[in-house]
Write a protein that binds this ligand. Structure first.
Ligand SMILES: *[C@@H]1O[C@H](CO)[C@@H](O)[C@H](O)[C@H]1NC(C)=O
Ligand SMILES: *[C@@H]1O[C@H](CO)[C@@H](O)[C@H](O)[C@H]1NC(C)=O
Ligand SMILES: *[C@@H]1O[C@H](CO)[C@@H](O)[C@H](O)[C@H]1NC(C)=O
Length: 494
């Protein structure tokens, strides 16, 4: 109840920012005069609003962007990521901000661009689960073109690449050895991950690395040695997230990340090997605005955009959203996320669409309100293998459905399945049908492929379903000639 009121208050405030005139008529008193400030903060900005005889009391505030008032009224001319500047000086992407302007999205009707690569992250720690494990040798081969091994870290002091732990380190070679079975497979190392930027000793490591060329050089040398030793074909940087204060970021990250990527590309070019380089991107404006997309893009093979986890239990503390259950891989919101890239002229062929082989789950407040938008109190109970409230692997969801007593509802528009059971348990996830919708969408938008978090959360059902929708055959296993010894190593290290 309290939360509901707090969120209503927030909406009135938002409305006020968008339309101060309208807000003046509402209750409580949002009005102001030359002598009386608005009780709720800033009521308006700009030369008309702050004209003499009008609302001058908060007029030292500067708007986020300039709707034509001039620099003395605004902190910046344009909005981050080229989003719209409303006539009241706020940045946003909805109709209130954009005044009828829309973003053209790339169109490839009948295209097959996204069929060219299927990337799967492999959780190197998954053998630590009590069940639902997938050893490297059990990874289903034939449809994945790339495996991104998650994760390696960066040492906060030496900036050398570092193992997450002995268990994770023990599997690098077993995963890269899969290349001898599947002639088309590439295996990359993913560096970082969400947890690396959690509070703790690694929190500022990416920022520190990006800020120093000597730290970068140390990282590059250790990375190349590491990739040679473990027979990796490329590196995917997962910095979550540059600039974001709530993730340990600083403003300088914006330019420094672009420098880091450019210098890493330069160094990989000199390695004598054809190493790949990608980074992950968030799907939200909040975090994406910390990326200098235009300067980073030319040096990457592609961006992996994490178009999952768009909603989860964390929404309850986000004032603009609140404790309401929404799907985490909602097509409407995926489209909005991609539009942020099109606003920045990103080449769609360099964008790989993220798909989740898992669901985000909730315990709902009332068994009578189970549709999207109903209130939740918590995550749903943890799965029997993954054991974390709020998330269930696709394999666990299949088991829950097979046990019976569930209601499975397809949300056509969002292209997700919503499963409810045990009166108040709720999970959104993708099945064969909704994955096909997302693959079709990736093809329609001329994207360069799809990427999956994570291989080991599936029992083989989803990759087979997704794979059979691709316009390329499953690769034939066991046809690769014996691997060629690495003669270049010694030359390069001279
Ligand atoms: C006072 O501000 C409002 C809102 O911006 C504007 O419509 C009005 O014209 C202003 N009045 C004067 C006298 O400038
Ligand atoms: C790396 O090599 C590629 C291919 O030769 C080239 O296009 C690119 O400009 C090089 N990048 C840097 C940063 O040197
Ligand atoms: C999908 O997103 C749209 C736009 O944010 C929202 O209105 C809708 O309720 C969402 N659907 C689900 C199932 O979460």
């Amino acid at each position: 109840m309290l939360r509901r009121q707090a969120s209503l208050l927030l909406w009135s405030l938002l409305l006020l920012l968008v339309n101060p005139i309208l807000a003046q008529d509402s209750n409580p008193d949002y009005t102001c005069s030359p002598t009386k400030g608005c009780t709720l903060g800033i009521c308006g900005m700009g030369p008309t609003f702050c004209a003499p005889g009008n609302c001058t009391s908060q007029c030292d505030a500067k708007s986020d962007c300039d709707p034509g008032w001039g620099p003395e009224w605004s902190q910046a001319t344009n909005c981050p990521l080229n989003v719209c500047c409303s006539k009241f000086g706020f940045c946003g992407t909805t109709a209130d901000f954009c005044d009828g302007k829309t973003v053209p999205s790339p169109q490839c009707p009948g295209g097959k661009s996204a069929d060219q690569r299927t990337i799967g992250y492999y959780e190197g720690w998954n053998l630590g689960r009590s069940c639902g494990r997938m050893a490297p040798e059990d990874i289903p081969l034939g449809y994945y073109t790339h495996i991104n091994y998650a994760f390696a870290l960066v040492n906060p002091t030496t900036f050398h690449i570092e193992d997450m732990g002995p268990d994770t380190a023990a599997l690098y070679d077993r995963v890269s050895a899969l290349k001898s079975k599947d002639p088309d497979l590439k295996v990359w190392i993913a560096v970082g991950g969400w947890a690396m930027n959690d509070p703790g000793p690694y929190r500022t490591t990416f920022s520190d690395l990006a800020a120093s060329t000597s730290a970068q050089d140390a990282f590059f040398e250790s990375l190349i040695t590491f990739m040679r030793r473990h027979n990796f074909d490329g590196v995917d940087l997962d910095w979550e997230y540059p600039v974001a204060e709530d993730r340990g970021g600083v403003q300088a990250d914006f330019d420094n990340y672009a420098t880091l990527v450019r210098r890493l590309r330069e160094r990989l070019n000199q390695s004598g090997r054809d190493y790949g380089l990608t980074i992950t991107l968030p799907a939200s404006y909040w975090y994406l605005r910390g990326f200098n997309l235009q300067d980073i893009e030319p040096h990457l093979d592609w961006f992996n955009i994490m178009t999952y986890d768009i909603h989860g239990t964390w929404d309850s503390t986000v004032k603009a959203i609140g404790p309401y259950a929404f799907a985490h891989t909602n097509m409407t919101e995926i489209q909005q996320a991609l539009e942020l890239l099109w606003r920045n002229n990103i080449n769609p062929g360099r964008v790989v669409l993220g798909l989740g082989f898992y669901g985000r789950s909730f315990t709902m407040k009332s068994p009578d309100c189970l549709h999207a938008g109903c209130e939740f109190t918590d995550g749903a109970r943890g799965g029997e293998c993954t054991g974390t409230p709020g998330v269930l692997s696709a394999a666990e969801i299949n088991t829950i459905i097979a046990a019976g007593g569930t209601t499975v509802t397809l949300d056509e528009e969002a292209a997700v399945q919503i499963v409810t059971w045990d009166s108040n348990q709720w999970v959104s996830y993708d099945d064969a049908g909704t994955l096909k919708r997302k693959l079709d969408y990736a093809n329609l938008r001329c994207l360069g492929g799809t990427m999956i978090w994570a291989i080991d959360l599936d029992d083989g059902t989803l990759i087979n379903a997704l794979g059979s929708d691709l316009s390329r055959p499953k690769s034939v296993l066991g046809q690769r000639p014996p691997s060629i010894p690495d003669f270049e190593t010694h030359w390069d290290e001279l």
